[in-house]
Every structure is written in C-alpha cells, then in structure tokens.
Design a protein around this ligand. Structure first.
Ligand code: ZN
Length: 218
C-alpha cells in the first residue's frame, strides 16, 4: 500500500511511461479491425466500417479511470465533521467494470461503510471513488481492496468495510456459462475487522448479516 506522500513523483513517472508507449488512435482502430477479422468478419463491409472508431471511443469511456487519482480526489473533498461517531454506510453503488482476464464486463454493486475519526466525505465522492477504480481493467478482489485501502489511507477512519457483489460476463456468456452466479468479495479494515459487532452492524445495514467474516477477502 503506497502512502500519499511521494505519490506525485511515482505518478508522473508512470504517466510519462504511459504516454511514450500508448498507441495512437489509428493504431488502436487497426487493432479492432484485426479482432473483427479474427472473429471471422470483414471490417470493410458497410456495417462494420465505423465500428473501430466507435470501439475506441467506447474504450475512452470504459477506461477513463486511468486518468484520475482517487486519493487526490478524496483528499480535496473531505470535510471536518467533529463529533460524528457512528458508522456511515453507502450501499448499492452500481458499477460497470471489465475483467482484466477477458476484457468482459463485470456488473455489480459496491457497499461501503466506515467509522469516521474526524473526516466525513460526501456520498457522491464515495460513488465517484468506485467509478474511478471500476473504469480500469480489474479483478473484483483487487477493486474491493483498492477502494478500502484508498478510504483508509485518505480519511484515516477507525475502520473501513467494503463488500462487492457482481456478475462476470466472462462466466455467464462463455466458459462455464453460469448465468445468475454472483461473486461476493469483501475487505474489512480496523474496527470492522477486529470487532464482530461493528462488522455485523455494517452487514445488516447492507442486508448481508452473518455472511462475511472479518478476515479480509471473502
Ligand atoms: Zn474474466
């Protein structure tokens, strides 16, 4: 887990590396044409002519999360809320992401809880935090842990709880073809990990009482 201090240098280094290696739009479109041919179709037929351009624009939207640093974002928006000492829960934050193994959609919901120390962040910022991580190539376990770790690092609360429920289209539309299967992952930090009562308070708030234990990913 990296600390906020020193992040700037790391980030600009990797951003520079990314700019140097990032393909041009024309190269990205050519890659889509190759995949169309690989699928068995003709990228020059009328219905497919504009497809590479559309796919590349869709990628800009689906993967917009690489441009943002969620930690900076949260840091800018926290508010002092001295005296509030109850668990804050935001549930059913819908997200759309893509699995890094197949580039297939992952669609689901994230539930976030935290016990503030002094800082409370606006609920729209929590939803935004989920979106930034979702709009990257992901595996669900990593995304769940990243959201928890970011909140923990920036807000320094007494604890953070994150539960993600999602369906993976690489499971439902190919491979083992299991529609209706939902994957649940969780990350519990601080009081949510150490105190069963606080964890249960969060789990019942999101309607999952008793189903998740304190030892990290579930
Ligand atoms: Zn996959």
């Amino acid at each position: 887990m990296d600390k906020p201090v020193g992040n700037k240098t790391e980030r600009s280094k990797s951003a520079a590396a990314n700019r140097a290696t990032r393909p041009s739009r024309a190269e990205a479109e050519a890659a889509v044409r190759t995949l169309i041919r690989w699928a068995g179709d003709d990228p020059d037929r009328e219905g497919l002519l504009a497809t590479p351009g559309r796919v590349v624009r869709a990628y800009e939207e689906w993967f917009a999360g690489y441009k943002d640093n969620p930690r900076d974002y949260l840091k800018r928006t926290f508010e002092e809320h001295g005296g509030y000492d109850e668990v804050v829960v935001l549930r059913d934050i819908r997200f759309e992401s893509h699995c890094e193994h197949h580039l297939a959609p992952i669609i689901g919901r994230v539930h976030i809880g935290y016990l503030p120390r002094n800082r409370v962040v606006g609920i729209s910022k929590l939803a935004r935090l989920v979106e930034v991580y979702a709009r990257r190539l992901q595996i669900q376990e990593k995304m769940t842990a990243e959201i928890a770790s970011c909140l923990d690092t920036v807000l320094k609360p007494h604890g953070v709880a994150v539960v993600t429920e999602a369906t993976h289209q690489c499971m439902t539309t190919r491979g083992i073809h299991k529609p209706g299967v939902t994957m649940v992952t969780s990350r519990m930090l601080g009081v949510f990990r150490d105190h069963a009562e606080t964890r249960q308070e969060f789990l019942s708030a999101i309607g999952m009482r008793g189903s998740i234990h304190g030892n990290g990913s579930g």
